[in-house]
Design a binder for this molecule. Structure first.
Ligand code: UD1
Ligand code: CA
Length: 414
């Protein structure tokens, strides 16, 4: 691959989303949408990524602090996608390689598709290569306009289309590869002469064609990668597609998901072989689940949960920021928060760790082979020694443990 940099456009707010938050920070399956676009670039080996930001720029930078392959480019006024790319000129005017341009609101694009785009661009010796998609419902997207020989003539924005052009089903998902010099030359020529009065990047493509350079549009983007997120409805549609991908990957890794439509798993979750996820399970955040576990139905696993192997969590059990060793069971209505739980501990129905005292969150440590009876409340901070046996209905305070050895039986009277 010739030297390639990427530009990701992420400066816009979003009127259609009706939001105060930068659009690219809205989450798809637990991660901000921009994260997926960055990953796709990294996966194909791009090590320098210019991200154009403007609306809520501070928040965007903060969220990706530590990603040192990103060069942040400020676009104070959002005058259009062409204007946004032109903000990078300072850094790229002398660059002789190729420039991939993507939108931060298109998180579904896959690395494999970008790879195809680059290969076609290089083998075709084009000045620009666009990936396009055919959509049953192309509304809202720029349409690809081809001549009678099938050569691309330009991209017409939805708002600028004639009724006849609106029928074109081939759209621009905003996945472009440019010869960098051709790109920046073309950007100098575009004018905001359109319905929105914006500087369109799509006009730079027409300009390159007009100067006689080779531009190819290849229908290489599958419909499920072409979704751009402009509204909350598209955000949920994209999340659904991403959720299916996450679940498919997990199933290939040997996880049983009994009812994929009624299960939600965060993109960051890791799940081991032969674990079974029962319906209505919700896994959010960085969660690690080992092998041969059985989770759900109706389980809720939150950020920082680590389950080793053979763990069983049943109906309405919630776990947060806790590590559960091999063989732990909590089959019904438990809450386990900020706890370290030893091997083979059994939580009876409705037993919980009371981890928040109204001011701060406190830790619970439970040794191996403990039995926590139904309806018990373990008030943190608390340590239970190996083999402790808490009888049903007990409220356990650290003080109540004084003088009791392991295997002690604690009951309501203590
Ligand atoms: C754009 C394309 C359209 C394509 C669609 C694919 C143009 C003119 N249109 O339309 O052909 O079908 O994407 O999803 O390019 N942005 C900036 N600065 C700006 C304006 C936009 O950084 O001044 C960013 C936005 O934050 C967004 C991306 O560029 O991430 C695309 O902008 P958006 O307004 O969503 O363009 P679309 O109307 O979707
Ligand atoms: Ca968009």
């Amino acid at each position: 691959m010739a030297e390639t940099v990427a530009i990701i456009l992420a400066a816009g707010g979003s009127t259609r989303m009706n939001t105060q938050v930068a659009k690219v920070l809205h989450e798809v399956c637990g991660r901000p949408m921009l994260a997926y676009v960055l990953d796709a670039c990294r996966e194909i080996g791009i090590s320098k990524i210019f991200v154009v930001i403007g609306f809520s720029a501070g928040e965007v930078k903060e969220r990706f602090a530590g990603d040192d392959d990103i060069v942040w480019i400020q676009q104070d006024e959002q005058l259009g996608t062409g204007h946004a790319v032109l903000r990078c000129k300072e850094h790229l005017k002398d660059f002789d390689g190729q420039t991939l341009v993507l939108c931060g609101d298109g998180p579904l694009i896959r690395a494999q598709t970008l790879k195809t785009l680059i290969e076609k661009h290089e083998s075709g010796h084009s000045a620009a290569t666009l990936g396009t998609a055919i959509l049953n419902d192309p509304s809202g997207y720029g349409r690809i306009f081809r001549d009678d020989y099938g050569n691309i003539q330009g991209i017409i924005e939805d708002s600028d289309c004639t009724p006849e052009q609106l029928k074109i089903k081939e759209i621009n998902p905003s996945n472009y590869l440019f010869d960098n010099q051709a790109l920046f030359e073309a950007l100098e020529t575009i004018k905001p002469e359109n319905v929105k009065k914006e500087y369109y990047l799509t006009d730079a493509v027409s300009s390159i064609i007009a100067t006689g350079h080779k531009v190819e549009a290849i229908t290489a983007v599958p419909p499920d990668e072409a979704v751009g997120i402009n509204s909350r409805a598209q955000l949920s549609a994209a999340s659904k597609i991403m959720q299916r991908r996450i679940q498919r990957r997990l199933m290939e890794d040997g996880v049983t998901i009994v009812d994929p439509d009624n299960t939600w798993i965060d993109a960051r979750a890791q799940i081991g072989q032969d674990t079974v996820i029962e319906p209505f399970t919700y896994i959010h955040g960085q969660v690690q689940i080992g092998q041969n576990c059985r989770i759900g139905p109706f389980a809720h696993l939150r950020h920082g949960t680590v389950l080793k192997n053979d763990v069983v969590l049943g109906v309405h059990t919630e776990v947060k920021n806790s590590t559960l060793a091999d063989g732990v069971r909590a089959r019904h209505h438990s809450y386990i928060g900020d706890a370290m739980v030893g091997r083979n501990v059994n939580f009876g129905a409705g037993s919980i760790t009371a981890n928040f005292d109204g001011e701060k969150v406190n830790k619970t440590n439970i040794g191996d082979n403990c039995y926590i009876g139904s309806g018990s409340v373990l008030i943190a901070p608390l340590e239970l020694e190996d083999g402790s046996n808490v009888s049903a209905g007990t409220v356990v305070l650290q003080g109540s443990m004084r003088g009791l050895s392991g295997k002690a039986r604690i009951d309501v009277s203590k």
